[in-house]
Design a protein around this ligand. Structure first.
Ligand SMILES: C[S@@+](CC[C@H](N)C(=O)[O-])C[C@H]1O[C@@H](n2cnc3c(N)ncnc32)[C@H](O)[C@@H]1O
Ligand code: SF4
Length: 354
């Protein structure tokens, strides 16, 4: 039985953050109920189409957009359908925006079986949050995370954004201090990237990365006791879903703008919400050639604890990887090359690749 991951996309947001290019709408709330029905139709179809076996889904990730814009009642039919396909200890994550995570919403999702919540905090500084175009403040974030913990949610994560023009080393250290004062077992720290079609596209100078500051950030997070298991992810708990992507496990992708990957094919449902509502089961297929798969394994493996197995590399590539072992950039253990510095992962991958 092949273990499988499931990603579910919720394309609604209360407002659009200045940096974000994820598929989400701020003016289509009237479509929520129809959207959840369409999502259910695609879920049922995909479970059949890909002959998903009972108990084979090891993780569910509900992402967005903003999953906390949808009431637990609207998720319920999907969870009912999904239940027989989930393994007994499935990791079930939902992304949560601090401004829309009411106590009853958190409780409702927990009752449905959600055992991991990932909060889009970005910063605990209200001024920085305003610059990023966020619609929550520091107290909303602290309140929502505390409430989730009091409800007994097993795993709690939060996202921070760094490498912005609004940062100083002091601000970043204060954000980390506040993050670690909360009951979290996981933290994602993302360097700001400038994306097309966002407010920041016209202000590219707001993204500034100083590598020595990034290294200091990583070191501080480790001092708080979290292990880095990917360039942007740290924890005392390793997310099974995240790790599954980097290990190239098959995943179902449901919802407008989601992506699935199964049997060496990637599939894309409609990105446009109206087109998706018309035809939730329509997908565009992309065949992955073995060279594409190997390239991804190389880049993802070097960004994470997954590493790259020696047997995946050609003889010339193995030779170059060994040069990097001598240079202490990589470590070789039981047939796998591991990266010692994730910030160099792309350069190392390009150096090794034929
Ligand atoms: C897809 S978003 C959804 C999460 C949720 N809607 C929220 O914002 O709270 C997941 C995370 O991606 C990160 N992110 C999105 N766009 C980014 C960008 N351009 N640069 C860096 N991080 C970004 C943010 O940290 C965000 O919390
Ligand atoms: S960061 Fe989250 S809340 Fe902001 S626009 Fe993107 S998906 Fe929506």
């Amino acid at each position: 039985m092949t273990p499988m991951l499931l990603y579910m996309h919720i394309p609604f947001c209360d407002s659009k953050c200045h940096y974000c290019s994820f598929n989400s709408y701020v003016d289509k709330f009237h479509l929520k109920q129809r959207y959840m029905r369409a999502l259910h139709i695609q879920l049922q179809e995909d479970l059949q189409r890909f002959q998903v076996m009972p108990h084979s889904i090891t993780s569910l990730f509900i992402g967005g957009g903003t999953p906390s814009t949808i009431t637990p009642e609207l998720y319920e039919p999907l969870f009912k359908t999904l239940h027989p396909y989930l393994c007994t200890d499935a990791e079930m994550t939902v992304e949560v925006n601090p401004n829309s995570a009411t106590h009853s919403w958190l409780q409702g999702m927990h009752h449905l079986g959600i055992n991991r919540m990932s909060f889009g905090v970005q910063s605990f500084h209200n001024e920085k949050l305003r610059h990023l175009g966020r619609s929550h403040n520091r107290d909303d974030a602290i309140g929502a995370i505390t409430a989730a913990s009091e409800l007994g949610v097993e795993h709690i994560s939060l996202d921070l954004i760094y490498a912005t023009a609004f940062d100083t080393p002091t601000l970043i250290n204060e954000d980390l201090k506040q993050a670690f004062a909360l009951p979290i077992d996981h933290l994602s720290a993302y360097a700001l990237t400038i994306e097309e079609g966002t407010v920041f596209q016209h202000q590219p100078d707001v993204a500034i990365e100083h590598l020595e500051q990034t290294r200091a950030l990583f070191a501080t997070i480790e001092q708080y006791g979290f292990t880095q298991y990917e360039i942007s992810n740290f924890g005392t708990y390793t997310s099974r879903h995240n790790l599954g992507y980097w290990q190239h496990r098959p995943y179902l992708g449901i919802g407008a703008g989601a992506v699935g990957s199964i049997n060496h094919q990637r599939y894309y449902p409609h990105r446009d919400i109206e087109a998706y509502l018309e035809a939730p089961c329509f997908t565009t297929l992309e065949t992955l050639h073995s060279s594409d798969i190997k390239r991804e394994q190389l880049f993802l493996g070097l960004r994470s604890i997954v590493g790259i197995a020696n047997h995946l590399l050609k003889a010339t590539e193995q030779q170059r990887a060994r040069v990097l072992v001598d240079d202490k950039k990589l470590t070789f253990k039981q047939g796998v090359f591991y990266n010692n510095d994730y910030l160099l992962s792309d350069e190392i991958a390009l150096f090794i690749e034929d």
